[in-house]
Write a protein that binds this ligand. Structure first.
Ligand SMILES: *Cc1c(COP(=O)(O)O)cnc(C)c1O
Ligand code: SF4
Length: 337
């Protein structure tokens, strides 16, 4: 492996599905690749059996070999702290199970709703609030998708549909193109938003198949990426974003504030600067959802507010993401300021 991650050749013909299947799923292989000793890292086999390890090679390439504290590694490392049960941390902190009016739908906010398009992800992020979501119940047939589409067609207050998951771009483009067409046929829907981490962890996902349906729909497309640290942005990610923006797809980014990953203003300011450089606008900075197994990433709110005040002094206003928390039962994200 090259020590300088930015000098790697561009894989123009890379096939994202092949890359996905070559992801690291063995902790020993990953640590061996990174020149790290598993005994130094407090790895938990129980955590792995609860939520498997999954790391695309492209993402692992951006980690610094030999660094047990690498901020990208910290996001995927299954450690013993995950198995502590903490008061206040639950399996479904956002009560999503209460907002499933039709299969595959999470409808909590008035004029926009989530479609759980794909149950799986290309990477398993240890802090994820979806780690306990009953995805199997949300894996569905085309007939069930029609029920979801009927629900949207009847709900006239909705003007935006959000492809979510899991990671929606883990689904294939034939299916996504079909779903997009069904939604575009509903006159009151204006926007299609795609919440995805795939273009970050496997940039070759932004291929012709994706661009064809995403840029030819009548719906105004918007992609919201999920990047937590500037080191996640390399040349391939930059090019993937450019392929989208060149075709008029707007690109934004959300970040989760994570202890040991990005818990200081300097790191967050660098991330915003890099995002702007590649053509993506910062959107949200989320406080961690209190999901069981993620408490070791938590930053107390008052501490987050200090970081945020510092961040505001370092950036123009348009590069400061909105600091938010999700409060179960609320009609929008809750702004923290
Ligand atoms: C976050 C979220 C949305 C989108 O909220 P925006 O503030 O519009 O980005 C929609 N539905 C659910 C259930 C959400 O959690
Ligand atoms: S939903 Fe997003 S944050 Fe959660 S595991 Fe998948 S890619 Fe990671």
């Amino acid at each position: 492996m090259s020590a300088n991650i930015h000098s790697q050749p561009i894989q123009i013909q890379a096939n994202w599905q092949a890359e996905l299947s070559q992801s690291f799923t063995s902790i020993d292989r990953l640590l061996d690749y990174l020149n790290l000793d598993p005994n130094q890292l407090n790895i938990s086999p129980a955590a792995i059996s609860e939520f498997p390890l999954r790391v695309p090679r492209s993402f692992a390439q951006r980690m610094e070999p030999g660094n047990p504290l690498d901020p990208l590694l910290a996001q995927v490392l299954p450690v013993a702290a995950e198995m502590q049960s903490m008061p206040g941390y639950s399996l479904d902190p956002l009560h999503e199970a209460d907002h499933n009016p039709a299969p595959g739908i999470v409808h909590k906010y008035s004029n926009r709703l989530l479609l759980i398009v794909s149950p799986s992800c290309a990477i398993n992020c240890r802090y994820c609030f979806r780690r306990h979501f009953p995805y199997q119940e949300n894996r569905q047939s085309k007939q069930q998708w029609r029920q979801a589409i009927d629900y949207i067609a009847k709900a006239k207050e909705i003007n935006e549909v959000i492809f979510s998951g899991g990671d929606p771009l883990a689904a294939n483009d034939n299916f996504l193109g079909w779903l997009c067409e069904q939604i575009a046929a509903i006159p009151h829907i204006k926007r299609l938003r795609i919440h995805t981490r795939l273009p970050v962890v496997i940039p070759s996902r932004i291929d012709e198949g994706f661009l064809r349906w995403a840029s030819s729909t009548r719906l105004k497309p918007l992609v919201v990426l999920h990047i937590n640290h500037g080191n996640e942005i390399n040349l391939q990610v930059t090019e993937a974003v450019q392929r989208m923006t060149n075709l008029g797809i707007r690109v934004m980014n959300q970040t989760v504030l994570l202890k040991g990953v990005n818990d200081n203003a300097e790191t967050l300011a660098q991330l915003s600067e890099k995002l702007f450089d590649i053509g993506a606008m910062p959107y949200y900075l989320h406080l961690l959802d209190q999901v069981q197994g993620a408490s070791h990433f938590d930053i107390p709110q008052h501490f987050a507010q200090n970081i945020y005040a510092d961040l505001q002094t370092r950036l123009p206003g348009f590069l400061v993401p909105r600091l938010v928390r999700e409060v179960a039962g609320e009609k929008s994200k809750t702004l923290i300021c």
